[in-house]
Design a protein around this ligand. Sequence first.
Ligand SMILES: [Zn+2]
Ligand SMILES: [Zn+2]
Length: 263
Amino acid sequence: MERLQGEVNREKAAAATAEWASDPATVAEIYHAGFNADEQDGGLAFACDRGLVIFAFDGGTSWSIDPGGYRQRAQGIEAFWRENQHRNRSIALDDLNEWHRAAVATLVAGLDSVGQLPELARVGITNIARADYIYVCLRRHARSQTQEDSLRALAANDWIMEMDGDGDTAHPCPICGRPAIGRAWQYNTICDECYSKPVCREGHRVDGYNTSLGGGFEAAHLDDKSVCDQVTRDGAVWIDGVECHMGEAKFGGVFVGIAPAPE
Ligand SMILES: [Zn+2]
Ligand SMILES: [Zn+2]
């Protein structure tokens, strides 16, 4: 089930549910007057033989086992509605701690690191590596580098809103020195910017992915979508001419990094 493209309406929602259903004849709309009328946080709900599907007007989709029964379905819809209201709530700079405010300022200014902010814009930031970790998390979830979208991303992601001065830190990208986050085995992982650059031995841009939900690793060429046997086999990729390793991260997902030089 993918997000609906463009405006969310009954026809598209019904069609998407029918496509997902094992038997399209089982699709039926589940009405909820309040949820259906709330243009900002509400949406439409449909049931079919595979489950209950909720389409939010703002584009989000949720599907679950159909609890059956009018009351149970209404409860499912209302739980979704409350979560959507929470994610869409408006927050102001004053609602943020100094770590979030510094991350927002860094994003809006288009800087690579919180450390590049003028000192007055990062009062209270005692650990730049920690501040950069929060900044990279925010940047990954903000749709654009504006204050408005930064605040939206924070409202929608409680786990970032809960961050403060204690926790994981960023490290310098081994390729370009910009802040990078995440650990993978013994490797120093690269930053988000460099992550879009790896090429295989033949010079084709490659992307790695898991072959199933449980893991497994494969890399493919971006130009013709063919599997790259070389990277899939040995993980060697090059970024700006520097050899790196691409592989499966410990808990799924894919990382690119450089092994630290032996002591
Ligand atoms: Zn980098
Ligand atoms: Zn290749």
